[in-house]
Write a protein that binds this ligand. Structure first.
Ligand code: GDP
Ligand code: MG
Length: 382
C-alpha cells in the first residue's frame, strides 16, 4: 500500500504499538496515534529503521497472502475420491426446486430418520443405484457462488441445466449456458416435465430441445458430443435415478479428488450464515480439503470458529465432515460471511492473531482510501 496506519504497521512488523509510537516520535513525528496514517516514504523510512526489506514486507501483505501462509501444499499421495458438487440452474418454473425437493425427500427416506428437514443451503444424497454420494447446492448457495466467482474461484463441479420439455430454451436458460461456459463447469441437461407430455408427443418435444441446444453449440451426446441429455419427471420420479447416475459417471470422468486426512490443514468456504435465536451464530460450511471436526479452529475473514458442534441437513449431530460434505457449524465468534474462505489454524490464540492482522489490514486500506480522497480533494481545490 502507499499508505498504512500506525496500528497496521505495528502488526506487519510484529512490533508493539507503544514501541512503534516511541520510535516514530524519536524520528520526528508528532502527535502519533494508533490510526495515524503514514505515507509510503515514511513507511520506507521506518522499515529501514527496523531493517526490513521494503517491498517484501509491505506490498505483499494482502489478506490473500495472509491466507496463503496458512495453507498447506497438496500432497498427491493423500488424494482420495470425493463426491461431486452440483448446482441446478435453469429458467424460472422449469423445475429446479422440484428436483431438489425430490432428491431431499428420497434422501430422507433412505436415511430412515423421518427427522424434520432443516433446509440448510446444501445437502448430500446417496444414489439409489450405485450408492455413491452427490452434494447438491440449494438456491441460497447461489450468493456464495457469485461472490466466489468474482474472485475466480468456483464451488461447483457440475451444473445440471433444467429445460422444460414444454418450453425448451428460454432467456434464463441461455444465461445459465453463458455462466457454465465462463466458469468452466461441466454440464448435464435435464429435460423436465416429460410426464406432462403424451407418450406420442414426447420424442418430438425431446428432439426440439436437442435441436435448440445444438443451435447454441452445446455438444450433446446424440451428435457424438459429451453433454448428456436426460429426460426426467421430478413429479413422478421417472428417470431421476438415471440423472443421478449420469452425475456419478461424469464425476468419475472428472476424477474429482481431495485430501481427507484428519491431519491435513482443512480448508473450505461458507455457503451461508445466520444468527439463530437458540444457538447463536451458525454457518453452513463446505470443506474442500481435510476434515472438519469438533474442537478444530478455523479462521474466516474477520472472525474465527472453535467448532462446538456440527450437524447435517437433517439436524443429526456429526463427528466430522469430509470434503464436499456440507454441515452446519456452531462456535463462531462473529457471523462469517457467505462465500468467504475458511482455513484451519493450530490454536485459538493463532486465530485471534490472524483476525487482528486482518482487521488492521482492512482498517489501513480504509484509511488509505480516506487519505487518498482528502488528497484528491485538496488537489482539485488547488
Ligand atoms: P423453479 O422455478 O425452476 O424452481 O421451478 P419449480 O420447481 O418451482 O417448478 C415450477 C412448477 O412446475 C411447479 O408447479 C412444479 O410443481 C412444476 N413442475 C416442476 N417439475 C415438474 C415435473 O417434472 N412434472 C410436472 N408435472 N410438473 C413439474
Ligand atoms: Mg425455485
Amino acid at each position: 500500500p502507499n499508505y498504512t496506519s500506525v496500528s497496521n504497521l505495528s502488526n506487519l512488523l510484529n512490533v508493539r504499538i507503544e514501541k512503534l509510537v516511541r520510535d516514530l516520535t524519536r524520528l520526528g513525528f508528532s502527535d502519533v496515534s494508533h490510526n495515524y496514517i503514514l505515507s509510503r516514504e515514511y513507511i520506507e523510512l521506518i522499515l529501514q529503521e527496523y531493517n526490513y526489506e521494503i517491498d517484501d514486507r509491505v506490498s505483499t501483505l494482502t489478506w490473500e497472502n495472509v491466507y496463503a501462509e496458512l495453507k498447506s501444499a497438496v500432497n498427491p499421495k493423500n488424494l482420495e475420491r470425493r463426491p461431486p458438487i452440483v448446482t441446478i440452474m435453469g429458467h424460472v418454473d422449469h423445475g429446479k426446486t422440484t428436483i431438489l425437493d425430490y432428491l431431499r425427500k428420497t434422501a430422507v427416506v433412505a436415511q430412515e430418520s423421518g427427522g424434520i428437514t432443516q433446509h440448510i443451503g446444501a445437502f448430500q444424497i446417496e444414489t439409489p443405484v450405485s450408492g455413491r454420494k452427490i452434494t447438491f447446492l440449494d438456491t441460497p448457495g447461489h450468493s456464495a457462488f457469485l461472490k466466489m466467482r468474482q474472485r475466480g474461484a468456483t464451488i461447483t463441479d457440475i451444473v445440471v441445466l433444467v429445460v422444460s420439455a414444454e418450453d425448451s430454451l428460454m432467456p434464463q436458460t441461455l444465461e445459465a449456458i453463458k455462466h457454465v461456459r465462463a466458469s468452466g463447469n461441466e454440464l448435464i441437461i435435464a429435460i423436465t416435465k416429460i410426464d406432462k407430455i403424451s407418450k406420442r408427443e414426447r420424442d418430438k418435444a425431446i428432439d426440439r430441445v436437442n435441436n435448440d441446444l445444438l443451435s447454441h453449440d452445446i455438444s450433446i451426446e446424440k451428435v457424438g458430443g459429451d453433454v448428456q441429455v436426460i429426460p426426467i419427471s421430478a413429479r413422478t420420479g421417472e428417470n431421476m435415478d438415471l440423472l443421478e447416475e449420469s452425475i456419478v459417471v461424469l464425476s468419475d470422468l472428472m476424477d474429482l479428488k481431495a485430501e481427507n486426512a484428519t491431519n491435513t490443514v482443512a480448508e473450505g468456504f461458507i455457503l451461508e450464515s445466520e444468527v439463530k435465536k437458540t444457538v447463536g451464530n451458525t454457518a453452513t460450511v463446505l470443506i474442500t480439503k481435510g476434515t472438519l471436526q469438533k474442537g478444530k479452529v478455523f479462521v474466516c475473514g474477520n472472525t474465527y470458529c472453535k467448532v462446538r458442534s456440527l450437524c447435517d441437513e437433517g439436524g443429526r449431530a456429526k463427528l466430522k465432515a469430509l470434503p464436499a460434505e456440507p454441515v452446519e457449524v456452531l462456535g463462531w465468534k462473529e457471523l462469517p460471511q457467505t462465500g468467504d474462505e475458511v482455513i484451519q489454524v493450530k490454536s485459538e490464540a493463532l486465530a485471534k492473531k490472524y483476525v487482528a492482522k486482518r482487521q488492521a489490514l482492512v482498517q489501513s486500506e480504509k484509511h488509505a482510501g480516506d487519505v487518498k480522497k482528502i488528497n484528491e480533494q485538496r488537489c482539485s481545490e488547488a
